[in-house]
Design a protein around this ligand. Structure first.
Ligand code: 3NM
Length: 213
């Protein structure tokens, strides 16, 4: 799944569900429901002490990739270039402590998406020649990433948008449906969400609340 324009990619990032087995009690069921209820992009982020690895991680990735393909939703792998290449994922997302964007791009080739988490304008500048989109956070306080750092609000989103009118941007971190209009108004193309969907008592209703905004 490749997109020729930044505008098309930006649209696809509108409701970006990020999840791994440690975030949801039943990951496959959660992703199936979220796909049915309106997520526009999915990232398999398998992190934490009880996370799957090796063959089990790859098998889970293949299952989720198939579900995403059936739903017409891009499947992005977090921080595992070997896995992304092995299963022909649509792209990869890396943070600042992962393999540098330049090296990821060299390994991925030009056709797959590369997303990079950024926290400063300097990190944006470094990522820009290689990244298709940037993730900016934490916008609000998050329980899902222990080393997420200080809460930033949308200041960096506004700054990046001023300097890079066409760069696809997603906000992340503690985002609930009621936050979405302000984040989008401040320049984001979409929101990336873990717990507000994965930990919701009713995944379908939670996803629809985001999707209809
Ligand atoms: N990255 P939730 S915050 C994976 O700030 C991740 O870069 C962040 O989960 C960043 O929606 C975060 O449950 C966790 O807060 C987002």
């Amino acid at each position: 799944m490749t997109f020729c324009t930044k505008q098309a990619l930006a649209k696809q990032l509108r409701l970006y569900f990020v999840c791994g087995t440690t975030d949801a009690s039943d990951l496959v069921a959660t992703v199936k429901t979220a796909l049915l209820c309106g997520v526009t992009c999915f990232q398999f982020r398998e992190k934490g002490k009880d996370a799957l690895y090796g063959d089990e991680k790859e098998a889970m990735a293949r299952t989720l990739h198939r579900l995403c393909r059936e739903a017409g939703v891009p499947f992005i792998v977090n921080d595992d270039v070997d896995l992304a290449l092995a299963i022909d994922a649509d792209g990869i997302h890396v943070g600042q402590d992962d393999l540098p964007a330049k090296q990821v791009r060299e390994r991925l080739g030009p056709d797959k998406w590369l997303g990079v988490s950024v926290h400063t304008m300097e990190e944006v500048r470094t990522a820009l020649p290689f990244a298709d989109y940037v993730g900016i956070g934490p916008i609000h306080e998050t329980q899902s990433k222990l080393d997420a750092g200080q809460v930033r609000g949308t200041e960096l989103i506004q700054q990046v948008r001023r300097h890079h009118p066409l760069l696809p941007i997603v906000g992340i971190g503690g985002i609930r449906p009621e936050h979405v209009p302000a984040i989008m108004a401040d320049g984001a193309d979409g929101v990336a969400v873990i717990s507000a969907i994965a930990s919701a008592p009713d995944v379908a209703t939670a996803t629809r609340r985001f999707a209809c905004l």
